[in-house]
Every structure is written in C-alpha cells, then in structure tokens.
Design a protein around this ligand. Structure first.
Ligand SMILES: [Zn+2]
Length: 341
C-alpha cells in the first residue's frame, strides 16, 4: 500500500519521507507540500491498515453492485485515503494550497497507533487544523467529536488444586475474576456516556482443576477527560476480595476524548460553507463511540474534522462497502479545504 502511495505521487512537487515500521509494523509515509511559509500547516491523516486478516478477500471479494463497492478496508479507510491523496496531488500540482500541507499515511491505526502516536502528536503541535479521512456515515455525515478510549488488562492469580480431592485448598482465579468483571461492567453509565466492556476472558487449565490464572481485558469509553481520569483510576484500583488471590491491573487511557470545542465548530462551519457551494449539505453525527487518530490531535487543542472519507457501511465486517458516488464530492471538499483553510 505504501509503495502505491509513493508511485502515485511520483513526479509531483511533494517532499516524501518513508518512515520504516518498527516492532513488526508496516512503514508510514510523511508528505509535505504547499507554500514554504513558516506558518502552521494543515495536517491530513489517513491510515492504510485494516482489521481484516490476510485471506479475507476470499470471503469478501472486491465487487461492485450498483453504487456499492465491496471489499475489505474499502470503506475504513482506503476510500478516504484515496480521495485525500487525489485532492492533495491536485493542490500540489496546481500550487494552490493556502498554507503548508502535511499528510501522514499510517499503518497502525487499527491497533491504537502505538508507533505513530508520537509522530502524530508532534505534527499536530505545528498544525493549524487536522483533517482525518475515516469513513463518513448515514448519508455522508462527518465526525466532530469522539469518545476517549481506555484499554486495560487484568490478571488474577489464585491457587490451583484438584477439584475433587483438594477443593478446600484451592482459590479460584476465575471466581474472583467473575466478581471483578461484574464490578467493571457495573461502571457503565449511559447517562454520562461511560461504557465498560470486558471483551476477552481467558482462564483455567482443566475442567477438574481449580484455576490458578484468569485474565480479562477492559475497553473503556468516556465523553470527557475528567471521566477518563476517574474511571481509569477506579479500574487501576481494582482489588482482590480474597487475600489468597492476587489481582494485577495494567493499562490506561489510549485515546483521549475528542471534544466538540469552539475551534472544531468554527472549522466545521467553514467546511459546511464549502460543501454548500459544491452542492451538498454537510452534517455531523452525535459523538462517535469509536476512537481514531483525530482524538490525539483534538486533545492537543487542534481544531479537527474527522469522517471526511467516503460514505458506506459495514466497517470491520464481511459486508463492508463504500459508496462510489460519494468519492467525487468529498474529494472536491478536501481539495477546497486545502485551498482555503
Ligand atoms: Zn479507520
């Protein structure tokens, strides 16, 4: 995918830096173009990784049905990267960018951006705006706020024993984990927009053995930074109810909340005015529960618009598709944003 980006931009007046992947991750590409002024840039973020494992094409082959283009990662977010790279190339060739443009194409977004987060935050600090090409939804609506995401691992260690002859000597790690899981799930508060999910549980060694180990994961979503701190503290403080059973919790907030600040609203209104000139209504969805790299830039106070990619549905599923008719107007929106912000 990164080779394709490189090939696509060859011959354009773009400074291209290929950043080698670390820890088994793919490479990234950092592109810079536009007027060479000492002023904050517009930062564009697209990711080319996908949640679909290798081999998904057999179950979800690339196919077109009417306006729908099916395929793994078509909607999240090859489509958005595609239209943004076209818009970027257009403005570099026409030398029409209103300010410097920095475009980071990443390969680790779906696993929480462990490699690119510091790069993104560094670039954000010298940016005036950030535009993220995650998928649009519900008729082309974009994203102006996202929940913050926390990830935690809990390891419970008890004492193993034969389930028949030595039952009283055992201290079940699964039993203690079950108690903790109910406590964690009980932190969900829809009114405040706080959710906790124990999505993976792993424990025990045999059907007739009191389990020594149990591990589970916690996914936390919050609407604001204060809730993120409070809920993280509560999760990290989880304690064993049994002195013979040890509980060890690691983790924290992975993506801070992306709040709909006055700067975000002002940027959204500019984009709406451009969309109206192009001929469509640009609307935003209520706060999205899913995190993205936009969370990092918004949390640093950089006005950020997300969901500028293509419309479609079925992200992360075997019925993922993008709407072909949404490409052209959104490419035009991206181009005009780069020319006017
Ligand atoms: Zn995505």
């Amino acid at each position: 995918m990164m080779d394709l980006v490189q090939e696509f931009l060859s011959g354009s007046p773009v400074n291209l830096e290929r950043i080698p992947g670390t820890d088994g991750l793919g490479d990234c590409i950092l592109l810079r173009a536009g007027p060479n002024r000492d002023e904050p840039c517009t930062l564009v973020l697209s990711h080319l990784d996908t949640v679909h494992p290798v081999g998904t094409l057999a179950k979800l082959p690339i196919r077109q049905e009417g306006d729908r283009l099916y395929g793994p990662g078509v909607y999240d977010m090859k489509g958005g990267a595609y239209l943004a790279l076209h818009a970027f190339r257009d403005v570099t060739r026409a030398a029409s960018a209103s300010r410097p443009v920095t475009f980071l194409v990443t390969s680790d977004e779906e696993i929480g951006s462990p490699m690119t987060r510091p790069i993104i935050e560094d670039l954000a600090r010298s940016s005036a705006y950030t535009l993220v090409t995650e998928p649009a939804r519900d008729g082309g609506k974009i994203v102006t706020s996202r929940k913050g995401v926390g990830r935690f691992d809990v390891h419970v260690e008890g004492r193993p024993a034969h389930a028949g002859s030595r039952h009283q000597d055992g201290r079940s790690a699964i039993r203690e984990a079950a108690r903790l899981i109910l406590a964690v799930e009980g932190m969900t508060d829809y009114g405040r927009g706080v959710t906790t999910t124990v999505g993976l549980v792993n424990g025990g060694t045999a059907v007739n053995t009191i389990p020594q180990h149990c591990q589970f994961t916690i996914d936390l979503r919050v609407t604001n930074a204060a809730d993120g701190e409070a809920c993280s503290a509560a999760i990290l403080a989880l304690q064993s109810g049994n002195s013979d059973v040890a509980v060890h919790v690691t983790g924290g907030m992975n993506r801070p909340p992306y709040e709909r600040s006055p700067g975000v609203i002002e940027l959204f209104e500019k984009a709406q005015a451009i969309a109206a000139e192009i001929g469509f209504d640009l609307l935003d969805i209520p706060q999205s529960g899913g995190g993205s790299d936009g969370n990092f830039t918004a949390a640093l106070g950089v006005p950020t618009l997300d969901g500028l990619g293509i419309d479609g549905d079925g992200a992360h599923t075997l019925h993922e598709y993008g709407l072909l008719s949404s490409i052209a107007p959104r490419r035009e929106l991206m181009r005009r944003l780069l020319e006017s912000l």
